[in-house]
Design a protein around this ligand. Structure first.
Ligand SMILES: NC(=O)C1=CN([C@@H]2O[C@H](COP(=O)(O)OP(=O)(O)OC[C@H]3O[C@@H](n4cnc5c(N)ncnc54)[C@H](OP(=O)(O)O)[C@@H]3O)[C@@H](O)[C@H]2O)C=CC1
Ligand SMILES: CCCCCCCCCCCCCCCC(=O)[C@@H](N)CO
Length: 361
Protein backbone atom coordinates (compact mmCIF):
# COMPACT_ATOMS: atom_id res chain seq x y z
CA UNK A 1 0.00 0.00 0.00
CA UNK A 2 2.79 2.39 0.99
CA UNK A 3 4.62 1.42 -2.21
CA UNK A 4 1.58 2.20 -4.26
CA UNK A 5 1.07 5.63 -2.81
CA UNK A 6 4.77 6.33 -3.30
CA UNK A 7 4.36 5.42 -6.96
CA UNK A 8 1.31 7.64 -7.15
CA UNK A 9 3.18 10.55 -5.61
CA UNK A 10 6.04 9.96 -8.04
CA UNK A 11 3.63 10.03 -10.99
CA UNK A 12 1.94 13.20 -9.82
CA UNK A 13 5.30 14.91 -9.36
CA UNK A 14 6.45 13.89 -12.85
CA UNK A 15 3.13 15.11 -14.23
CA UNK A 16 3.45 18.49 -12.53
CA UNK A 17 7.09 18.91 -13.59
CA UNK A 18 6.25 18.17 -17.22
CA UNK A 19 3.23 20.48 -17.06
CA UNK A 20 5.35 23.33 -15.69
CA UNK A 21 8.08 22.68 -18.24
CA UNK A 22 5.56 22.75 -21.08
CA UNK A 23 3.98 25.93 -19.71
CA UNK A 24 7.45 27.47 -19.59
CA UNK A 25 8.43 26.61 -23.16
CA UNK A 26 5.04 27.24 -24.75
CA UNK A 27 4.61 30.56 -22.89
CA UNK A 28 0.84 30.32 -23.11
CA UNK A 29 -0.74 33.58 -24.12
CA UNK A 30 -4.30 33.71 -25.22
CA UNK A 31 -4.10 34.40 -28.93
CA UNK A 32 -7.20 36.06 -30.35
CA UNK A 33 -7.48 36.68 -34.06
CA UNK A 34 -10.56 38.79 -34.60
CA UNK A 35 -12.78 38.21 -37.60
CA UNK A 36 -15.21 41.13 -37.32
CA UNK A 37 -14.44 43.94 -39.77
CA UNK A 38 -11.48 42.07 -41.17
CA UNK A 39 -10.88 40.92 -44.70
CA UNK A 40 -11.34 37.15 -44.97
CA UNK A 41 -10.38 35.73 -48.39
CA UNK A 42 -11.73 32.21 -49.00
CA UNK A 43 -10.86 30.09 -52.03
CA UNK A 44 -13.34 27.47 -53.14
CA UNK A 45 -15.93 29.69 -51.43
CA UNK A 46 -18.69 28.81 -53.86
CA UNK A 47 -19.32 25.27 -52.63
CA UNK A 48 -19.18 22.90 -49.64
CA UNK A 49 -16.78 23.75 -46.82
CA UNK A 50 -15.69 27.04 -48.43
CA UNK A 51 -19.28 28.20 -48.84
CA UNK A 52 -20.09 27.26 -45.23
CA UNK A 53 -17.03 29.23 -44.12
CA UNK A 54 -18.08 32.25 -46.19
CA UNK A 55 -21.57 32.17 -44.60
CA UNK A 56 -20.11 31.91 -41.11
CA UNK A 57 -17.46 34.61 -41.55
CA UNK A 58 -19.99 36.99 -43.15
CA UNK A 59 -22.47 36.36 -40.35
CA UNK A 60 -19.74 37.29 -37.85
CA UNK A 61 -19.22 40.65 -39.53
CA UNK A 62 -16.12 39.93 -41.65
CA UNK A 63 -15.55 41.49 -45.04
CA UNK A 64 -15.56 38.32 -47.14
CA UNK A 65 -14.08 37.66 -50.59
CA UNK A 66 -14.52 34.33 -52.35
CA UNK A 67 -12.58 32.89 -55.27
CA UNK A 68 -13.40 29.94 -57.55
CA UNK A 69 -13.48 29.20 -61.28
CA UNK A 70 -17.17 29.07 -62.09
CA UNK A 71 -18.77 32.56 -62.20
CA UNK A 72 -22.36 31.35 -61.96
CA UNK A 73 -21.71 29.36 -58.83
CA UNK A 74 -19.84 32.31 -57.31
CA UNK A 75 -22.83 34.56 -57.94
CA UNK A 76 -25.20 31.98 -56.53
CA UNK A 77 -23.05 31.86 -53.40
CA UNK A 78 -23.04 35.65 -53.16
CA UNK A 79 -26.84 35.74 -53.42
CA UNK A 80 -27.35 33.05 -50.80
CA UNK A 81 -24.97 34.77 -48.37
CA UNK A 82 -26.65 38.12 -48.89
CA UNK A 83 -30.02 36.48 -48.26
CA UNK A 84 -29.00 34.71 -45.06
CA UNK A 85 -26.68 37.31 -43.51
CA UNK A 86 -27.59 40.59 -45.17
CA UNK A 87 -23.93 41.07 -46.00
CA UNK A 88 -22.33 41.37 -49.42
CA UNK A 89 -19.31 39.32 -50.40
CA UNK A 90 -16.89 40.10 -53.23
CA UNK A 91 -16.43 37.37 -55.83
CA UNK A 92 -13.31 36.64 -57.88
CA UNK A 93 -13.47 34.17 -60.75
CA UNK A 94 -9.99 32.65 -61.15
CA UNK A 95 -8.20 29.33 -61.38
CA UNK A 96 -5.64 28.88 -58.59
CA UNK A 97 -3.41 27.07 -61.09
CA UNK A 98 -2.80 30.42 -62.80
CA UNK A 99 -0.46 32.49 -60.59
CA UNK A 100 -1.09 35.72 -62.53
CA UNK A 101 -4.85 35.37 -62.23
CA UNK A 102 -4.47 34.71 -58.48
CA UNK A 103 -2.26 37.79 -58.07
CA UNK A 104 -4.71 39.97 -59.99
CA UNK A 105 -7.63 38.74 -57.86
CA UNK A 106 -5.83 39.38 -54.58
CA UNK A 107 -4.61 42.82 -55.67
CA UNK A 108 -8.13 43.74 -56.64
CA UNK A 109 -9.55 42.37 -53.39
CA UNK A 110 -7.14 44.43 -51.25
CA UNK A 111 -4.89 43.41 -48.32
CA UNK A 112 -6.01 40.17 -46.70
CA UNK A 113 -6.19 39.62 -42.91
CA UNK A 114 -7.29 35.99 -42.99
CA UNK A 115 -6.42 33.88 -46.02
CA UNK A 116 -8.27 30.55 -46.18
CA UNK A 117 -6.83 28.21 -48.82
CA UNK A 118 -9.70 25.77 -49.14
CA UNK A 119 -9.90 25.00 -52.88
CA UNK A 120 -9.37 21.34 -53.58
CA UNK A 121 -10.02 18.55 -56.04
CA UNK A 122 -10.14 14.82 -55.41
CA UNK A 123 -10.17 12.01 -57.93
CA UNK A 124 -9.86 8.82 -55.90
CA UNK A 125 -8.41 5.88 -57.79
CA UNK A 126 -5.68 3.30 -57.37
CA UNK A 127 -2.47 4.77 -58.76
CA UNK A 128 -2.21 1.99 -61.31
CA UNK A 129 -5.55 3.02 -62.77
CA UNK A 130 -4.96 6.75 -62.46
CA UNK A 131 -3.75 8.84 -65.39
CA UNK A 132 -0.73 11.01 -64.64
CA UNK A 133 -2.85 13.94 -65.83
CA UNK A 134 -5.15 13.36 -62.84
CA UNK A 135 -2.20 13.12 -60.46
CA UNK A 136 -0.86 16.42 -61.77
CA UNK A 137 -4.32 18.00 -61.57
CA UNK A 138 -4.57 17.27 -57.84
CA UNK A 139 -1.02 18.41 -57.09
CA UNK A 140 -1.50 21.58 -59.17
CA UNK A 141 -4.81 22.64 -57.61
CA UNK A 142 -4.32 21.46 -54.03
CA UNK A 143 -0.62 22.14 -53.50
CA UNK A 144 0.70 24.52 -56.17
CA UNK A 145 -2.53 26.54 -56.04
CA UNK A 146 -1.92 27.12 -52.32
CA UNK A 147 1.64 28.29 -53.04
CA UNK A 148 0.29 30.76 -55.62
CA UNK A 149 -2.24 32.11 -53.13
CA UNK A 150 0.20 32.55 -50.28
CA UNK A 151 2.86 34.14 -52.53
CA UNK A 152 0.25 36.60 -53.78
CA UNK A 153 -1.26 37.48 -50.39
CA UNK A 154 1.83 37.57 -48.18
CA UNK A 155 3.26 41.01 -49.09
CA UNK A 156 -0.08 42.69 -48.31
CA UNK A 157 -0.48 40.68 -45.11
CA UNK A 158 2.97 41.65 -43.86
CA UNK A 159 2.37 45.35 -44.57
CA UNK A 160 -1.12 45.41 -43.06
CA UNK A 161 -2.04 48.51 -41.06
CA UNK A 162 -3.82 46.67 -38.25
CA UNK A 163 -1.72 45.46 -35.32
CA UNK A 164 -3.99 42.48 -34.78
CA UNK A 165 -2.50 39.12 -35.72
CA UNK A 166 -3.29 37.80 -39.20
CA UNK A 167 -3.91 34.21 -40.26
CA UNK A 168 -3.17 31.84 -43.10
CA UNK A 169 -5.42 28.78 -42.87
CA UNK A 170 -4.98 25.78 -45.10
CA UNK A 171 -7.62 23.07 -45.51
CA UNK A 172 -5.86 19.71 -45.66
CA UNK A 173 -7.70 16.44 -44.93
CA UNK A 174 -7.33 13.43 -42.62
CA UNK A 175 -5.90 11.89 -45.79
CA UNK A 176 -3.10 14.44 -45.25
CA UNK A 177 -2.29 12.85 -41.88
CA UNK A 178 -2.42 9.21 -42.93
CA UNK A 179 -2.14 7.67 -46.39
CA UNK A 180 -5.39 6.05 -47.53
CA UNK A 181 -6.00 3.43 -50.25
CA UNK A 182 -7.13 5.15 -53.47
CA UNK A 183 -5.69 8.52 -52.41
CA UNK A 184 -2.04 8.22 -53.48
CA UNK A 185 -2.07 11.53 -55.37
CA UNK A 186 -4.62 13.25 -53.13
CA UNK A 187 -2.79 12.24 -49.94
CA UNK A 188 0.52 13.37 -51.44
CA UNK A 189 -0.96 16.79 -52.25
CA UNK A 190 -2.40 17.10 -48.74
CA UNK A 191 0.73 15.82 -46.93
CA UNK A 192 2.64 18.43 -48.97
CA UNK A 193 0.51 21.15 -47.40
CA UNK A 194 1.75 20.13 -43.96
CA UNK A 195 5.38 20.67 -44.90
CA UNK A 196 4.44 24.00 -46.41
CA UNK A 197 2.50 25.05 -43.30
CA UNK A 198 5.16 24.00 -40.76
CA UNK A 199 7.98 25.79 -42.59
CA UNK A 200 5.84 28.83 -43.40
CA UNK A 201 4.90 29.31 -39.75
CA UNK A 202 8.57 29.80 -38.88
CA UNK A 203 8.94 32.33 -41.71
CA UNK A 204 5.90 34.48 -40.86
CA UNK A 205 5.77 34.38 -37.05
CA UNK A 206 7.88 37.57 -36.83
CA UNK A 207 5.07 39.34 -38.70
CA UNK A 208 2.50 38.09 -36.23
CA UNK A 209 0.89 35.82 -38.81
CA UNK A 210 -0.40 32.51 -37.49
CA UNK A 211 -0.73 29.47 -39.69
CA UNK A 212 -3.57 26.95 -39.18
CA UNK A 213 -3.83 23.55 -40.80
CA UNK A 214 -7.30 21.98 -40.83
CA UNK A 215 -7.87 18.24 -41.09
CA UNK A 216 -11.50 17.38 -41.93
CA UNK A 217 -12.76 13.79 -42.25
CA UNK A 218 -15.26 12.92 -45.03
CA UNK A 219 -17.55 15.95 -45.19
CA UNK A 220 -21.00 16.20 -46.70
CA UNK A 221 -20.44 18.57 -49.66
CA UNK A 222 -21.26 18.64 -53.40
CA UNK A 223 -17.67 17.58 -54.09
CA UNK A 224 -17.96 14.64 -51.71
CA UNK A 225 -21.26 13.57 -53.25
CA UNK A 226 -19.53 13.30 -56.61
CA UNK A 227 -16.59 11.52 -55.04
CA UNK A 228 -18.65 8.79 -53.40
CA UNK A 229 -20.08 7.81 -56.79
CA UNK A 230 -16.68 6.85 -58.07
CA UNK A 231 -14.29 6.11 -55.23
CA UNK A 232 -12.97 2.58 -54.84
CA UNK A 233 -14.96 0.52 -52.35
CA UNK A 234 -11.90 0.08 -50.14
CA UNK A 235 -11.35 3.86 -49.97
CA UNK A 236 -14.87 4.18 -48.59
CA UNK A 237 -14.37 1.32 -46.13
CA UNK A 238 -11.14 2.78 -44.74
CA UNK A 239 -12.35 6.40 -44.71
CA UNK A 240 -15.45 5.27 -42.77
CA UNK A 241 -13.17 4.71 -39.74
CA UNK A 242 -13.63 8.41 -39.12
CA UNK A 243 -17.27 8.93 -40.10
CA UNK A 244 -18.80 11.83 -42.02
CA UNK A 245 -19.42 15.35 -40.76
CA UNK A 246 -21.42 18.34 -42.00
CA UNK A 247 -19.75 21.22 -43.84
CA UNK A 248 -21.12 23.68 -41.24
CA UNK A 249 -19.39 21.71 -38.49
CA UNK A 250 -16.04 21.85 -40.33
CA UNK A 251 -16.55 25.58 -40.96
CA UNK A 252 -17.21 26.17 -37.25
CA UNK A 253 -14.13 24.18 -36.17
CA UNK A 254 -12.04 25.98 -38.79
CA UNK A 255 -13.08 29.46 -37.78
CA UNK A 256 -12.60 28.69 -34.08
CA UNK A 257 -9.17 27.24 -34.86
CA UNK A 258 -8.24 30.37 -36.80
CA UNK A 259 -9.49 32.71 -34.06
CA UNK A 260 -7.48 30.94 -31.38
CA UNK A 261 -4.38 30.66 -33.57
CA UNK A 262 -4.28 26.85 -33.36
CA UNK A 263 -1.77 25.26 -35.71
CA UNK A 264 -3.39 21.83 -36.02
CA UNK A 265 -7.18 21.89 -36.17
CA UNK A 266 -8.97 18.50 -35.96
CA UNK A 267 -12.67 18.37 -36.82
CA UNK A 268 -14.03 15.35 -34.91
CA UNK A 269 -13.05 13.00 -32.09
CA UNK A 270 -11.16 10.59 -34.37
CA UNK A 271 -9.45 13.66 -35.78
CA UNK A 272 -8.33 14.58 -32.27
CA UNK A 273 -6.79 11.13 -31.77
CA UNK A 274 -5.20 11.34 -35.20
CA UNK A 275 -3.75 14.75 -34.36
CA UNK A 276 -2.20 13.34 -31.18
CA UNK A 277 -0.89 10.27 -33.02
CA UNK A 278 0.69 12.41 -35.75
CA UNK A 279 1.79 15.43 -33.69
CA UNK A 280 5.40 15.10 -34.84
CA UNK A 281 7.28 18.39 -34.47
CA UNK A 282 4.36 20.66 -35.27
CA UNK A 283 3.89 23.83 -33.23
CA UNK A 284 1.49 23.49 -30.32
CA UNK A 285 0.12 26.59 -28.60
CA UNK A 286 -2.09 24.92 -26.00
CA UNK A 287 -0.45 23.52 -22.87
CA UNK A 288 -3.39 21.18 -22.33
CA UNK A 289 -3.06 19.69 -25.83
CA UNK A 290 0.73 19.49 -25.45
CA UNK A 291 0.21 17.56 -22.22
CA UNK A 292 -2.19 15.18 -23.98
CA UNK A 293 0.31 14.67 -26.77
CA UNK A 294 3.12 13.85 -24.36
CA UNK A 295 1.13 11.36 -22.28
CA UNK A 296 -1.09 9.88 -24.98
CA UNK A 297 1.63 9.36 -27.60
CA UNK A 298 2.20 5.71 -26.65
CA UNK A 299 -1.45 4.70 -26.27
CA UNK A 300 -2.49 6.43 -29.53
CA UNK A 301 0.32 4.66 -31.37
CA UNK A 302 -1.12 1.41 -30.02
CA UNK A 303 -4.65 2.37 -31.17
CA UNK A 304 -3.20 3.42 -34.52
CA UNK A 305 -1.52 0.04 -35.00
CA UNK A 306 -4.78 -1.75 -34.18
CA UNK A 307 -6.59 0.41 -36.73
CA UNK A 308 -3.91 -0.31 -39.35
CA UNK A 309 -4.32 -4.01 -38.61
CA UNK A 310 -8.05 -3.68 -39.34
CA UNK A 311 -7.40 -1.78 -42.56
CA UNK A 312 -4.94 -4.35 -43.91
CA UNK A 313 -7.35 -7.11 -42.97
CA UNK A 314 -10.11 -5.38 -44.98
CA UNK A 315 -7.75 -5.00 -47.94
CA UNK A 316 -6.72 -8.64 -47.79
CA UNK A 317 -10.32 -9.80 -47.50
CA UNK A 318 -11.53 -7.55 -50.27
CA UNK A 319 -8.92 -8.82 -52.68
CA UNK A 320 -9.49 -12.43 -51.69
CA UNK A 321 -13.24 -12.03 -52.07
CA UNK A 322 -13.01 -10.29 -55.40
CA UNK A 323 -10.60 -12.73 -56.89
CA UNK A 324 -12.92 -15.47 -55.69
CA UNK A 325 -15.93 -13.70 -57.15
CA UNK A 326 -14.11 -13.05 -60.35
CA UNK A 327 -13.39 -16.73 -60.85
CA UNK A 328 -17.01 -17.44 -60.05
CA UNK A 329 -18.12 -14.65 -62.33
CA UNK A 330 -16.43 -16.35 -65.25
CA UNK A 331 -18.39 -19.50 -64.56
CA UNK A 332 -21.49 -17.48 -63.71
CA UNK A 333 -21.43 -15.89 -67.14
CA UNK A 334 -21.33 -19.38 -68.55
CA UNK A 335 -24.15 -20.51 -66.27
CA UNK A 336 -26.03 -17.23 -66.28
CA UNK A 337 -26.16 -16.88 -62.46
CA UNK A 338 -28.27 -13.86 -61.57
CA UNK A 339 -26.27 -12.88 -58.48
CA UNK A 340 -23.06 -12.81 -60.33
CA UNK A 341 -24.57 -10.76 -63.10
CA UNK A 342 -25.55 -8.17 -60.51
CA UNK A 343 -22.06 -8.23 -59.26
CA UNK A 344 -20.83 -7.64 -62.78
CA UNK A 345 -22.95 -4.52 -63.19
CA UNK A 346 -22.22 -3.22 -59.73
CA UNK A 347 -18.48 -3.54 -59.82
CA UNK A 348 -17.63 -2.69 -63.39
CA UNK A 349 -14.26 -1.26 -62.38
CA UNK A 350 -13.08 -4.83 -61.94
CA UNK A 351 -14.02 -5.92 -65.42
CA UNK A 352 -10.61 -5.37 -66.89
CA UNK A 353 -8.98 -7.26 -64.09
CA UNK A 354 -11.52 -10.04 -64.33
CA UNK A 355 -11.07 -10.59 -68.03
CA UNK A 356 -7.40 -10.89 -67.32
CA UNK A 357 -8.23 -13.38 -64.59
CA UNK A 358 -10.47 -15.37 -66.91
CA UNK A 359 -7.79 -15.53 -69.54
CA UNK A 360 -5.24 -16.80 -67.08
CA UNK A 361 -7.59 -19.53 -65.96
N1 LIG B 1 -15.62 16.91 -48.64
C1 LIG B 1 -14.74 16.15 -48.03
O1 LIG B 1 -15.00 14.96 -47.75
C2 LIG B 1 -13.43 16.70 -47.62
C3 LIG B 1 -12.87 17.81 -48.21
N2 LIG B 1 -11.63 18.25 -47.82
C4 LIG B 1 -11.03 19.40 -48.48
O2 LIG B 1 -11.84 20.54 -48.27
C5 LIG B 1 -11.75 21.41 -49.37
C6 LIG B 1 -13.15 21.73 -49.88
O3 LIG B 1 -13.78 20.54 -50.26
P1 LIG B 1 -15.33 20.47 -50.61
O4 LIG B 1 -16.04 21.59 -49.98
O5 LIG B 1 -15.76 19.08 -50.37
O6 LIG B 1 -15.24 20.67 -52.21
P2 LIG B 1 -16.32 21.08 -53.31
O7 LIG B 1 -15.97 20.27 -54.51
O8 LIG B 1 -17.69 21.05 -52.79
O9 LIG B 1 -15.88 22.59 -53.60
C7 LIG B 1 -14.62 22.88 -54.11
C8 LIG B 1 -14.46 24.37 -54.28
O10 LIG B 1 -13.14 24.63 -54.80
C9 LIG B 1 -13.26 25.37 -56.02
N3 LIG B 1 -12.16 25.00 -56.91
C10 LIG B 1 -11.88 23.77 -57.39
N4 LIG B 1 -10.84 23.82 -58.22
C11 LIG B 1 -10.43 25.11 -58.26
C12 LIG B 1 -9.42 25.81 -58.96
N5 LIG B 1 -8.59 25.18 -59.79
N6 LIG B 1 -9.28 27.14 -58.78
C13 LIG B 1 -10.14 27.79 -57.96
N7 LIG B 1 -11.11 27.19 -57.27
C14 LIG B 1 -11.27 25.88 -57.44
C15 LIG B 1 -14.64 24.98 -56.57
O11 LIG B 1 -15.18 25.91 -57.45
P3 LIG B 1 -15.00 25.80 -59.05
O12 LIG B 1 -15.19 24.38 -59.41
O13 LIG B 1 -16.02 26.73 -59.62
O14 LIG B 1 -13.61 26.28 -59.31
C16 LIG B 1 -15.44 24.94 -55.28
O15 LIG B 1 -15.81 26.24 -54.89
C17 LIG B 1 -10.85 20.71 -50.38
O16 LIG B 1 -9.55 21.21 -50.25
C18 LIG B 1 -10.91 19.26 -49.97
O17 LIG B 1 -9.76 18.57 -50.35
C19 LIG B 1 -10.94 17.65 -46.83
C20 LIG B 1 -11.44 16.55 -46.20
C21 LIG B 1 -12.72 15.99 -46.55
C1 LIG C 1 -4.82 6.83 -33.66
C2 LIG C 1 -6.26 7.08 -33.83
C3 LIG C 1 -6.73 7.03 -35.22
C4 LIG C 1 -8.17 7.45 -35.37
C5 LIG C 1 -8.88 7.03 -36.62
C6 LIG C 1 -8.28 7.56 -37.88
C7 LIG C 1 -9.16 7.37 -39.05
C8 LIG C 1 -8.58 7.98 -40.28
C9 LIG C 1 -9.51 7.95 -41.44
C10 LIG C 1 -9.04 8.79 -42.57
C11 LIG C 1 -10.15 9.23 -43.43
C12 LIG C 1 -9.71 10.06 -44.57
C13 LIG C 1 -10.87 10.85 -45.12
C14 LIG C 1 -10.46 11.71 -46.26
C15 LIG C 1 -11.55 12.67 -46.63
C16 LIG C 1 -11.25 13.42 -47.87
O1 LIG C 1 -10.38 14.23 -47.91
C17 LIG C 1 -12.03 13.01 -49.06
N1 LIG C 1 -13.41 12.88 -48.79
C18 LIG C 1 -11.83 13.96 -50.21
O2 LIG C 1 -12.56 15.05 -50.05
Amino acid sequence: MADLSLAQVFFVVIFIVIFLLLALILKPQSIKIPIRNRHVFITGGSSGIGLALAHLAASEGARVSILARNVDRLQEARDSIRLSTGNDVAVFPADVRDPDAVLRAIEEAGPVDVLICNQGVFVPRELEKQELEEVKFMIDVNLMGTFHLIKAALPGMKNRKSREPASIAIISSQAGQVGIYGYTAYSASKFGLRGLAEALQQEVIAHNILVSLIFPPDTDTPGFEQETKMRPQLTGIIAASSGTVKADEVAKKTLNGIKSGSFIVPCNFDGLLLAIATAGLSPQRSVLMALCEVFAAGPTRFIGLCIQWGWYRSIKRWYAQNNYNLTCRCSSILHGTHNQLNYLLYNCANLLLSSHFCCVH
